[in-house]
Design a protein around this ligand. Structure first.
Ligand SMILES: Nc1ncnc2c1ncn2[C@@H]1O[C@H](COP(=O)(O)OP(=O)(O)O)[C@@H](O)[C@H]1O
Ligand SMILES: [Mg+2]
Length: 430
């Protein structure tokens, strides 16, 4: 039986009302040992991995299937998809060609592993090469392969685990630049290539697409939705340097002095709050990022005050240019340490230069799950102006709120490192 037929049968038995898309059927029926799926965001890449893993474990007795994700949280989320499908299947029976098969049953289950009645195991792991090396897998899936901060290490951990037993390897990802394992696999000629564009995923509504259009920068849109492997040429923060700053300890509460940056929304009407702590070695660890979108002034303020109450930041740097002014004025009456800053051209450039050197020096730690921030950093550009000057910005103006929010928090934290210097002097970095 073709894999796509069995997979559809599973979906029908689970009564999910889901019909596989054309690209999903082609993907499932491709028997190649090495496959790569280049996809837009949200089309069902993780879903098809979860479904295929279950299908495989039905087809092959005692198979071992590894699902690898770029962070702990992503790994749990992907595993939830597998468990959700299993749960929906419940005690349903599969009927095919006049015969009835008993459905998959769960034999045992832990946080990262399920074992099925067929003796097959599905194991979901974050990007820990040592954990991966312990397995000899029949099929390894790497979800969002472009997002791994250590993708070549992962590659060398995975490859020996599948060779010699006709194991298969599948990479699924949105593009993340002309670099890294996924790009190499995509352009190298060994992998069987598949694409999944948002136009081939009917569950993504046009309202959703419009929303994404409005919130993503032009470059982000081309990368996240239109399959474009972006060039690094104009990047202010080269992707490799961003990846070096990522850490994966979701939700570790701060134990050191904290600082807050608030970028007040303009074009897309959203305010972004970034909180970081200064570790003993001087590293600035981002531990909370929150986008306040579609909220009125009052609600934004009360969320910011609540965060300030919880984390007690030493200072809160807030953009008081234009639309930010009322929020700044009101906050500065209600919280301690509020520093209003005016975004002049020079100031912004200095702030970005500081952030750039902190990232280059690996002196910032960013949660691996902060997808929006990572994407915005990655697409933040150096633009040459007609007069020979240089401007830093996200393409199309102001969609740089995550970056500026981080830059403000970093500015706030560094000010405390230079004794007795006035805010203005530190921020007018040469
Ligand atoms: N063939 C399909 N028909 C309807 N919905 C689908 C189909 N395939 C996937 N989906 C849904 O698409 C949504 C996004 O899937 P996900 O796997 O998280 O996307 P991605 O990993 O590509 O970002 C999920 O809610 C999933 O149930
Ligand atoms: Mg996914």
């Amino acid at each position: 039986m073709r894999r796509s037929v069995l997979a559809q049968l599973l979906l029908d038995a689970a009564e999910l009302g889901i019909r596989l898309y054309e690209w999903q059927r082609r993907w499932l029926d491709d028997e190649s040992l090495f496959r790569a799926l280049l996809k837009s965001r949200g089309v069902g890449g993780s879903f098809i991995i979860a479904l295929e893993a279950l299908t495989e474990s039905l087809l092959r007795q005692e198979s071992l299937i590894l699902l690898i994700s770029y962070s702990q949280r992503q790994s749990l989320e992907l595993f939830r998809k597998v468990k959700w499908l299993l749960e929906m299947l419940g005690r349903a029976t599969l009927t095919w060609g006049g015969e009835t098969y008993r459905s998959i049953r769960l034999a045992s289950e832990s946080k990262t592993q399920i074992e099925l009645s067929s003796g097959s195991r599905i194991i979901s792991l974050p990007n820990n090469p040592d954990a991966i090396r312990g397995f000899r897998a029949d099929h390894v899936y790497v979800d969002e392969a472009g997002m791994f901060r250590n993708d070549f290490e992962i590659k060398s951990a995975i490859v020996p685990s599948i060779v010699g037993r006709t194991g298969r390897l599948s990479l699924v990802s949105t593009p993340k630049g002309r670099r890294g394992w996924f790009y190499e696999a995509w352009s190298g000629g060994v992998f069987s290539r598949h694409t999944a564009h948002y136009a081939e995923a009917a569950h993504i509504s046009s309202a959703e697409l419009q929303g994404l259009r409005a919130t993503l920068t032009e470059l982000e849109w081309r990368q996240e939705m239109e399959h474009e492997f972006l060039d690094e040429a104009n990047a202010v923060f080269p992707y490799e340097t961003i990846l070096q700053c990522l850490y994966d300890e979701a939700d570790r509460p701060p134990t050191n002095p904290t600082y807050m940056g608030v970028d007040v929304g303009r074009l897309r009407d959203s305010t972004v709050v970034t909180l970081l702590e200064r570790l003993d070695d001087g590293t600035l660890r981002v531990f909370h990022i929150q986008e306040l979108r579609g909220l009125d002034f009052q609600s934004q303020e009360s969320i910011i005050l609540e965060l300030a109450k919880t984390h007690n930041p030493i200072s809160i740097a807030i953009d008081k240019t234009g639309i930010g002014l009322p929020l700044y004025e009101s906050l500065s009456r209600k919280a301690l340490g509020v520093e209003g800053v005016t975004f002049t051209h020079n100031f912004k450039e200095a702030l970005i230069a500081t952030l750039q050197s902190m990232i280059r020096g690996r002196r910032i730690a960013i949660p691996a799950d902060s997808r929006e921030l990572i994407n915005q950093l990655r697409t933040f550009q150096r633009v040459e102006t007609g007069t020979g000057g240089i401007r830093y910005e996200a393409p199309r103006g102001q969609h740089d709120d995550y970056v500026m929010s981080l830059a403000l928090a970093v500015g706030a934290a560094l000010k405390r490192l230079t004794t007795g210097t006035a805010v203005k002097r530190v921020w007018n970095w040469p």
